[in-house]
Design a protein around this ligand. Structure first.
Ligand SMILES: Cc1ncc(COP(=O)(O)O)c(C=O)c1O
Length: 391
């Protein structure tokens, strides 16, 4: 049976593949240190779990009504957007989806026609180009400059816009590069996009995890023009350690959200009600968990950065958000006789039993990504192995 051209053009997520490989090696009894995790090592907070359990006991186990999301969760999302970013959204401007990833996929599906271009800054989150292709669009990569912490300038964005540009995939704080645009930088980029009539798909999944006092600004908060062109995406995975619950949302102009709701009605039919109610409980944010986790990530990230930046042949941008380090290891390639990040990661796995994601997965072959969503002991073990490997 032949597979479709659409699916043949798609690559499997390399991060998920490597995480699975590390798990297999561990199961075989190999002492592997995996720095691949795209998820917090914390457990979901108890009161969020309790809200789900109570909802199940109350019988919140049928189809979600409406399929676009329970009113209680939509209200909690609108309240959180107002509190965190001063953004005013009405419930009919919100759709609840099975994770932020699906919110991005749905946004692209309802916006993109064949031949439409979607701008993606590199390094990018692995799924962006694939999701654009799946929606029938053309990913257009914009190379960023590591000397500017991988941040794009308005001029770079302006130069990449063509008559076929439909959307820009904005991600701050960034996975994998862990930079966070300052409000001023966001304004500069967004003004160029809004003036050119380009839709902004703003992936804000790490928005509460910023370090060094940087506070991100939502593109939708920049101006009325930007608000009308932005789809704001977020979810429970990263801030509430709820990656397995699969719940997120998109907020934006009513006609775009209505199109996504139509798609959802023919797809997943929405998110399990007890999961939505648990997310709503978390969004009250009345117990300080987000800040507790953020502080811990900041401490771990700083420690790892301080050690990694000293390694011979390695340079590294200091993380200001998310929970990754994205060191440039190309200065070691000649000495190690490796050609690229894939070979580097392969040798690291075979010789040091350390699993990292090669930068090639994110469109940058000179880097590796190491997650610090893990314990200090594991961080030290990983850097020890990397250090020994580089000697
Ligand atoms: C930048 C970015 N966006 C979206 C997601 C997916 O989030 P969710 O678990 O809500 O689908 C991830 C997960 O790794 C991510 O790093």
């Amino acid at each position: 049976m032949n597979l479709s051209t659409r699916i043949n053009a798609l690559h499997e997520s390399p991060t998920m593949k490597l995480t699975a490989r590390a798990a297999r090696m561990k199961a075989e009894g190999i002492d592997v240190v995996a720095m691949t995790a795209g998820e917090p090592d914390f457990d979901t907070p108890e009161h969020i779990k309790a809200a789900a359990i109570e909802a199940i006991r109350r019988g919140e186990t049928k189809y979600p009504k409406p399929a676009s999301g329970l009113p209680a969760l939509k209200s909690a999302i609108c309240a959180a957007l107002l509190r965190n970013q001063g953004l005013t959204y009405r419930p009919e401007q919100v759709i609840v989806t099975c994770g932020a990833k699906l919110a991005i996929q749905k946004t692209l599906t309802v916006l993109i026609n064949p031949g439409d271009e979607v701008l993606i800054p590199t390094p990018y989150w692995v799924s962006y180009p694939e999701l654009v292709k799946l929606a029938g669009g053309t990913p257009v990569l914009i190379e960023s400059d590591e000397r500017r912490d991988f941040k794009l300038t308005p001029e770079q964005v302006r130069a990449a816009i063509t008559p076929r540009t439909k959307a820009f995939l904005y991600c701050s704080p960034s996975n994998p590069a862990s930079f966070t645009y300052t409000p001023e930088e966001t304004r500069g980029l967004v003004q160029v996009l809004a003036t050119a009539g380009v839709a902004i798909i703003s992936d804000e999944i790490y928005d509460s995890l910023t370090f060094g006092g940087v506070k991100p600004l939502s593109p939708a908060a920049v101006s009325a023009e930007a608000y009308a062109r932005t789809i704001t995406i977020n979810g429970a995975s990263k801030i509430f350690a709820m990656t397995g619950w699969r719940v997120g949302f998109a907020a934006g102009p009513v006609h775009v959200i209505e199109a996504m709701i139509k798609l959802q009605s023919q797809g997943t039919s929405g998110v399990a009600p007890f999961i939505q109610l648990a997310y709503a409980e978390g969004l009250k944010d009345d117990r300080g968990e987000i800040e507790r986790m953020r502080r811990d990530f900041e401490r771990r990230g700083r420690h790892m950065y301080d050690r990694v930046k000293r390694l011979p042949g390695v340079t590294c941008v200091e993380p200001t958000g998310a929970y990754y380090l994205f060191p440039n290891v190309s200065g070691t390639f000649a000495r190690l006789r490796v050609r690229d990040s894939d070979e580097f990661a392969e040798r690291l796995l075979n010789e040091a039993h350390l699993v990292v994601i090669p930068g090639s997965a994110f469109g940058s072959d000179r880097h590796i990504r190491m997650s610090f969503a893990t314990s200090m002991a594991q961080i030290d073990a990983a850097v020890d192995r990397l250090e020994a490997f580089l000697k």
